[in-house]
Design a protein. Structure first.
Lengths: 259, 365
């Protein structure tokens, strides 16, 4: 079930360029952790390092430790594919598979891995996942229609359904609402609240109100200067972050006085 | 008459906006005049119809912008000239195509019959005979060439796009593929022959040699088109698949390839259309024969282009006592029509496949 993540002294590189430096934090299980910070400060890079999606980009590498329930993710023997099966991800832009129907999109995690599942199991998984993503009532009569035919917000919820269909332990979300209108955003935020009871959720957002609304813990990333690596400035419970932060720069950023 | 400053202003503004325009029937008038002048000159000077048509076109291209320049001004005249030139280019491309199809239909349709498609040339000296052996040869040789070149081309493209991004090997491969595009077909034929001679000894002629030569010509086209299509698949989809815990090779097979399927098939069909009419390499390696040979690996094999060539170069003589063109000419036209028909069917099939396998979507974002 849901797992906590311990990160210690994590440095992330793109080739020779150090993008993120010296991150230490503990992400609690069954809670929502939000990352905020200016563009280019390494929030998304850090998020992608948590399920080894980072290394999909040529030349990208990581130093330091990410430990998920006692298991270090960057040990030599660890298979990144197995890691990604346990730690799912939802991206900034909705990306349903264009060749597949809604039904097939939800089952993509099984089908693409050629897992044998019976028709009744498959139906059950599709219904459970779509209900989990608050999409079931909207699409239950057109499951065989292409996933690309849905609206942007529906597509994003379809992607969330696809991610939770493989029952991961952690769900990473990289600005899941930045391409969506306010109504779809609120639908996704409600969904995050519900998913919290079963999954550990980590979300990157540019919207500070969103971070305040959905998260239990918040991390603030910043750059020392342009060209310097990003680092974690402060990591605290969301209440404290938005009312009485430890650091001066956190308060400056949150209150909009950021230079 | 006195005008207030306001009236004056108003007039000058409208004068600036309203431009004199040629009447709508201007193009028709100029066209008719150009045709009349050209027709008259053609009759008087005794030129051919083609010469007259070209002259009429030239007169139109000169007349229309000149009139426009006088009435409408410089910018409109340039627009008219450009329009004339674009239409001229369109017609110049279309005329040979229609002419060719019409000519082949006119000369070829008469030759086509059930026996023409069903008989070989074995023992035929005068009238009669057919293209069965050449039709089967072309289908077999091209099929074998496709079987050889599609896997090689596709795997090369997958390497270039998915694995070799920016590596030295990928750059060298791309360069060599470009060089391969420029190989003259006769050289491909000689290469295939040399290869076979090395293996089987001198004086070898087999259909499979033709397939090797055609595959050499197909591979660069397949690589190029498949590469383009794979690159068009958004990397979002690959990441979505990786994030579901799908290994890279499965992602390529089950996400990237299906998304690019339509384009890849079109590329392959275009490559086939390009090589199916090749004559020189087949004449060298596959040879020519009058009988049916269904074995790619034994003996000479006739193909449609070579058939057309040999029927035209040695058309035979009309039956004794009758007059008329040699019987080979009609057979060559008939074979040409069949060849064009095959290419057209292939292209239609590709379009249909593309429609079926295109990424499903009710609307485009």
């Amino acid at each position: 079930m849901a797992k906590s993540i311990d990160v210690s002294d994590l440095d992330i590189y793109y080739g020779d360029f150090k993008a993120v430096e010296g991150v230490n934090m503990t992400i609690r299980a069954k809670a929502v952790t939000a990352f905020i910070g200016p563009s280019g400060c390494g929030k998304s890079t850090f998020l992608r390092a948590l399920n080894r999606m980072h290394e999909v980009i040529p030349g990208a590498r990581v130093e330091g430790k990410v430990i998920v329930s006692g298991q270090s993710l960057y040990e030599p023997g660890i298979d990144p594919v197995a890691v990604r099966r346990q730690i799912g991800m939802v991206f900034q832009r909705p990306n349903p598979f264009p060749t597949m129907s809604i039904y097939e999109n939800v089952l993509a995690g099984m089908r693409l891995n050629s897992k044998k599942i019976s028709k009744s199991d498959a139906d059950a998984i599709v219904e459970r996942s779509l209900q989990g993503a608050n999409l079931w009532t909207e699409v239950k009569d057109r499951l065989s229609k292409p996933g690309m035919g849905l609206s942007g917000g529906q597509q994003q919820r379809l992607c969330i359904a696809r991610a939770i269909a493989v029952s991961p332990e952690v769900l990473l979300m990289d600005e899941p609402c930045s391409a969506l209108d306010p109504i779809s955003t609120s639908a996704i935020e409600d969904l995050i609240h519900e998913l919290k009871s079963e999954y550990t959720i980590v979300i990157v957002t540019h919207n500070m109100q969103q971070a305040a609304r959905v998260s239990d813990d918040t991390g603030f990333f910043n750059l020392k200067a342009t060209g310097e690596p990003g680092h974690l400035v402060e990591f605290n419970p969301t209440n404290k972050m938005f009312t009485n932060p430890d650091e001066e720069s956190t308060e400056a950023y949150i209150s909009g006085r950021f230079g | 008459m006195t005008t207030t400053p306001l009236d004056h202003d108003f007039e000058s503004v409208t004068a600036g906006l309203v431009q004199p325009q040629l009447p709508r029937w201007a193009a028709v008038l100029i066209g008719a005049m150009a045709l009349a002048v050209a027709g008259l000159l053609t009759m008087v000077m005794g030129w051919s119809v083609v010469g007259g048509a070209i002259l009429a076109g030239l007169l139109f291209v000169i007349g229309m912008p000149t009139w426009s320049r006088v009435v409408e001004g410089g910018r409109a005249a340039a627009d008219r000239l450009a329009t004339c030139l674009v239409w001229g280019a369109f017609v110049a491309v279309l005329v040979p195509l229609i002419w060719l199809v019409w000519l082949v239909l006119k000369n070829g349709l008469g030759a086509i019959s059930l026996s023409f498609l069903n008989e070989s040339m074995r023992g035929v000296v005068g009238e009669g005979g057919g293209i069965y052996h050449a039709l089967m040869g072309t289908l077999l040789v091209t099929l074998a060439a496709t079987v050889i070149s599609v896997p090689i081309g596709l795997f090369t493209a997958i390497y270039l796009v998915e694995y070799g991004k920016g590596s030295r090997l990928a750059r060298v491969t791309t360069f060599l593929v470009d060089v391969m595009t420029g190989i003259p077909s006769i050289v491909a034929g000689l290469f295939a022959l040399a290869l076979l001679v090395l293996i089987f000894g001198p004086a070898i002629r087999i259909g499979f040699g033709g397939s090797i030569a055609l595959a050499l010509l197909m591979i660069p086209t397949v690589v190029r088109s498949a590469e383009e299509m794979l690159r068009l698949v958004p990397s979002d989809l690959r990441e979505a698949s990786y994030a579901l815990g799908v290994p890279k090779w499965r992602t390529i097979v089950k996400v990237v390839m299906p998304t690019a399927f339509g384009g890849i098939v079109t590329g392959i069909v275009l490559a086939i259309s390009r090589v199916i009419g090749e004559t020189a390499p087949l004449l060298i390696v596959a040879g020519a024969t009058d009988s049916v040979n269904m074995n790619l690996f034994n003996g000479r094999m006739m193909t449609l282009p070579v058939y057309i060539f040999s029927q035209y170069s040695s058309p035979g003589v009309p039956a004794f006592g009758t007059d008329g063109p040699p019987p080979g000419y009609a057979r060559a036209w008939g074979a040409a029509l069949v060849l064009i028909g095959i290419v057209m069917i292939l292209n239609l099939a590709a379009r249909i496949l593309q429609k079926i396998y295109a990424p499903k979507s009710d609307r485009r974002r």
